[in-house]
Design a protein around this ligand. Structure first.
Ligand code: HEM
Length: 496
């Protein structure tokens, strides 16, 4: 055996991979191959977001951020060893079906036909300039207007801060804003510009929510209920923080035991939404930077680097100055704090309203994984009422045996756990930063949101062909009503 092949065959334990979790020494696992991405990160065409994979099993990220595919030869070149079979982490997901590959090919083909680049479209860039001008313009007017007018400007500023979140930073951090990595990084930084940390967002959204949508680790949730904190090295990576982090205030996933006040959650949820961004800015961000972890997610891939910590604290200080300090200077301490709070509550309310309806709504599926049981035997995606919509769609379609999609196929799970609203609407797609086309976004996070309206029919048709559910609500109003119905039902029903 030559030296290179012997090195690749060398067994490297998952514990050792996990210890190479910083930008200085970044190892990751992709399909059992252990790769060293420390140097490659500097020339990775998608930018340094590849470092989010440091110390982790990056199989899902690898498969889902590259719709055009990545040559196997590149992985082989980066390979430094192999994970022993006993160490390969159990996964909820199945990758055997041709469903996702077919979707990728058709979507790439459609965008090629329309002559639209997958990322970095001029439409998002023009929109971004307009949003930034309006954000800074309204902030300036908030400083310089009479107090009663300044209140109106702080509401306007809150609305535009939300647009910065949905239409600029979201694509930037996903690597979808531009072909040029440094522009994506700059677009991602606009999250820090509005006061919240892009790094915390990357951990929660890109490492937690996206790959493992509506999926919960049952064992971990049981431990939490008993106030046992599983050691970090034993935590299961496959769990979605978006559906457990608001529990017990809000019960969204059927795994959790309801508390008496959850009965009223559909009434108080709209009020809580408004506080979402304040909680992120003042509590979650700081806690994550100090502890270098977000729940079960190791945060050293970012905070294991001094420059990133300087960036984090520097941006916190700067944004505090112009979001709180200057309003207090112009309007007095009380007035400044009122203006800051009104802006934040507005931003939180609009943001949460458009986001929550995509995954927490009647008809959507939830999944649970129990590492103590046979993988995939533990649960199939099902609604809060225990119905699996894909059982029905599979029955109704005449699919060739070789095309049959397993219920836990990664892409099929994304379709079962996400919901669109106003599908095909150019206006709402732009307004919501692509949140209205959440199914397309979850399947293709590295594709710019302005493309979703152009690929929506391709995705819907392919889902129909493969018997995969595709839930769309006619508009945000209907979706919001169904979200409240779901919260109401969840507040009353027993744990499944
Ligand atoms: C783990 C090993 C990885 C390897 C070997 C790798 C390799 C590559 C390659 C070769 C490309 C160019 C593809 C093309 O031109 O079509 C690419 C693009 C990209 N990668 Fe990765 N990548 C890895 C992980 C990741 C991760 C973890 C993320 C995100 C968290 C990511 C995000 C992206 C993005 C956004 C692009 C641009 C996609 C596009 O232009 O369509 N990559 N990567």
């Amino acid at each position: 055996m030559c030296k290179a092949s012997a090195e690749k065959a060398k067994e490297i334990s998952f514990a050792e991979v996990k210890s190479h979790n910083t930008p200085k020494s970044a190892w990751a696992v992709v399909n059992k191959q252990v790769i060293d991405i420390t140097d490659f990160a500097k020339r990775h065409p998608g930018g340094d977001i590849i470092l989010l994979a440091a110390g982790k099993d990056a199989t899902v990220l690898y498969h889902t951020y590259h719709p055009k595919g990545v040559p196997q030869a590149l992985l082989d070149k980066l390979q430094i060893g192999t994970l022993p079979d006993s160490d390969v982490p159990d996964s909820y997901y199945d990758w055997s079906s041709p469903f996702y590959d077919t979707l990728c090919k058709r979507v790439v083909e459609r965008l090629k036909t329309l002559n639209r680049p997958l990322r970095g479209n001029s439409d998002i860039q023009i929109k971004a300039v307009g949003i930034l001008l309006c954000f800074w313009g309204s902030l300036y007017k908030m400083y310089t207007s009479e107090f009663h007018q300044a209140i109106v400007w702080s509401i306007v500023m809150g609305v535009f801060a939300h647009f910065v979140g949905t239409c600029i930073q979201h694509d930037g951090n996903h690597g979808a804003f531009s072909k040029m990595p440094f522009i994506n990084t700059a677009a991602g930084w606009t999250m820090d510009m509005i006061g919240a940390s892009a790094f915390t967002w990357q951990f929660q959204h890109m490492l937690g929510h996206h790959p493992y949508t509506n999926l919960l680790d049952v064992h971990e949730e049981e431990n939490k209920a008993k106030e046992i904190d599983t050691p970090m090295e034993q935590k299961d990576q496959e769990s979605d923080p978006d559906v457990f982090s608001s529990f017990p205030l809000m019960r969204m996933h059927p795994v959790h035991e309801p508390l008496w006040y959850n009965k009223y959650q559909h009434l108080y949820a709209p009020v809580l939404f408004a506080f979402m961004t304040l909680a992120k800015v003042f509590q979650q961000d700081i806690e994550v930077a100090m502890n270098k972890r977000l729940y079960h997610i190791d945060a050293k891939c970012r905070y294991g680097n001094v420059w990133n910590l300087v960036r984090f604290w520097g941006m916190k200080a700067l944004s505090t100055l112009y979001m709180i300090g200057l309003p207090c200077y112009f309007h007095g301490t009380k007035g400044g704090l009122i203006l800051f709070t009104v802006g934040h509550l507005t931003c939180g309310e609009v943001l949460a309203t458009m986001f929550i309806v995509n995954h927490v709504i009647e008809g959507v599926s939830f999944a649970k994984k129990d590492s103590r049981e046979e993988v995939n035997g533990s649960s199939k995606p099902a609604t809060a009422q225990g119905v699996t919509p894909m059982d029905e769609t599979l029955k109704a379609s005449s699919i060739k045996a070789e095309n049959k999609v397993p219920l836990n196929d990664w892409a099929a799970v994304q379709c079962q756990t996400s919901v669109n609203w106003s599908p095909g609407s150019w206006f709402w797609n732009h307004f919501s930063g692509g949140l209205s086309h959440q199914i397309e976004h979850h399947l293709f996070p590295s594709i710019c949101h302005t493309n979703y309206v152009h690929i929506q029919d391709v995705v819907e048709d392919t889902c129909r062909e493969f018997g995969v559910p595709y839930q769309s609500e006619p508009n945000l109003f209907v979706a919001y009503g169904k979200m409240l119905n779901h919260l109401k039902a969840m507040g009353r029903m027993k744990a499944l």
